[in-house]
Design a protein around this ligand. Structure first.
Ligand code: HSE
Length: 403
């Protein structure tokens, strides 16, 4: 019997218990051994819950029980999830987590701890919810040199941007509707400011480029400044605005950023809508591969955690290979990163296009959608050169990067 403990009985933790319970026979067939949840650690009690009797409030019960081989960490946040995970690994228990904050902050260290104790630290559910992306990077793509990994990694913001596009609404209106429907948190900052996507691209970049990419070094811009007028412009340009999180090699440099981009219908990420996530990997032999599916939600995320639990059971006594060295990869300052920019400027169409050409070089005009302003798209230019030109030109209402 494989005995599992779950730490954190929130949405994902309760989903893990449900997946193990519902698919118990299939898991048993796969492992030739039965699996059950023995303990659930939470500060709260859950009277009437089917797992009520398994609730414990003391982590020591789990860490000191030699029958527990695998611990699921679905607590979220860095503390005390870090201390509990570390102690569980040191006690010879594998840990499977959905906690992107912890993996982004301490993933490389916890992987090393796991290795020292002949167990595993698995984190498939920390990025892209139920979408397999960590395993493809760790196994299927190991013959490749990864040149770029770009994803729509946050379901909440993708839902908001999709509704803004489909219904012509402003950001604040859609955010409120998303909160009423439970798709956005009451405090939506981590999603709408891009912090959640930033943690996730830090994890993916660390794997893709084999060294620790610190999320604090990643330039991050959210979607709070995107307006209904921006969406109108995107529509006339045949483009969609998406919050992209990206890690990219450019010669000796690696650039990483999170920001809204206008993408066209040729881009495979164009069709990733609503709460779905999509991750596009470009590598040197294989070219582009795309990973798509439900990036959040109770059962999709829990399914990825339970797949890790099964893998941990299969790897009992050995540590699976991982591609994440704890030495730091210093990402380059984005000021030298090249992008094209969609720019909205006050004035008549003639004035705006003349100013655009004078300050930004050859620009592509965009059809007007509102009075009193006009817009254009610049050629490829370095971020710092764009900022400098924008400051000199003045009168800029907004700018969005174009891919
Ligand atoms: N808030 C996250 C999202 C949940 O919207 O994608 C999954 O990490």
């Amino acid at each position: 019997m494989i005995q599992v403990a779950i730490m954190g009985y929130g949405t994902v933790g309760s989903g893990v218990a449900e997946v193990i319970h519902t698919n118990r026979e299939g898991i048993k067939r796969e492992l030739k051994e039965d699996m059950e949840v023995k303990y659930i650690l939470d500060l709260r009690d859950f009277p009437g819950d089917p797992e009520e009797k398994k609730i414990v409030h003391d982590f020591d019960i789990i860490v000191n029980d030699p029958e527990i081989d695998i611990v699921v960490e679905t607590m979220g946040g860095v503390h005390p999830a870090y201390e509990f995970s570390k102690r569980a690994l040191e006690a010879g228990k594998s840990v499977c987590t959905s906690n992107k904050e912890l993996v982004a902050s301490c993933g490389a260290e916890l992987l090393e701890t796991a290795k020292e104790h002949n167990v595993n630290y698995f984190y498939e559910a920390s990025v892209g919810g139920g979408i397999p992306i960590i395993r493809p990077l760790n196994y299927a793509l190991t013959a490749e040199i990864i040149e770029e990994i770009t994803g729509i990694l946050n379901g909440t913001t993708n839902y908001i941007l999709t509704r803004m596009k489909n219904e012509g609404l402003d950001f604040a209106e859609v955010l409120k509707a998303a909160q009423d429907l439970g798709y956005a948190e009451k405090n939506p900052e981590a999603d709408v400011e891009g912090y959640d996507a930033c943690r996730k691209i830090a994890i993916l970049s660390s794997l893709a480029f084999c060294h620790q990419v610190d999320y604090k070094d990643i330039y991050t811009e959210g979607i709070t400044k995107i307006t209904a007028t921006d969406i109108k412009y995107a529509n006339v340009m045949g483009r969609s605005i998406k919050l992209l999180a990206s890690g990219r090699r450019d010669g000796k440099n690696v650039y990483a950023m999170v920001a809204p981009f206008m993408i066209d219908s040729q881009n495979p990420l164009y069709m990733v809508n609503d709460v779905y996530n999509g991750i596009l990997v470009r590598s040197n032999m294989l070219g582009e591969t795309m990973y798509y599916g439900k990036g959040a939600g109770k059962l999709p995320t829990a399914s990825a955690v339970v797949a890790d639990v099964i893998d941990a059971a299969r790897h009992k006594g050995t540590t699976a290979k991982f591609l994440w060295d704890k030495s730091k990869l210093q990402v380059a300052d984005i000021k030298h990163c090249k992008n094209r920019f969609f720019v909205r400027m006050e004035g008549s169409r003639e004035e705006v296009l003349a100013k655009g050409a004078a300050y930004f070089g050859a620009v592509e005009p965009v059809a007007s959608v509102v009075a009193g302003e006009a817009a254009f798209v610049t050629g490829e230019m370095e971020e710092a050169a764009f900022e400098e030109a924008a400051k000199k030109a003045g009168g800029i209402i907004g700018r969005i990067r174009v891919k």
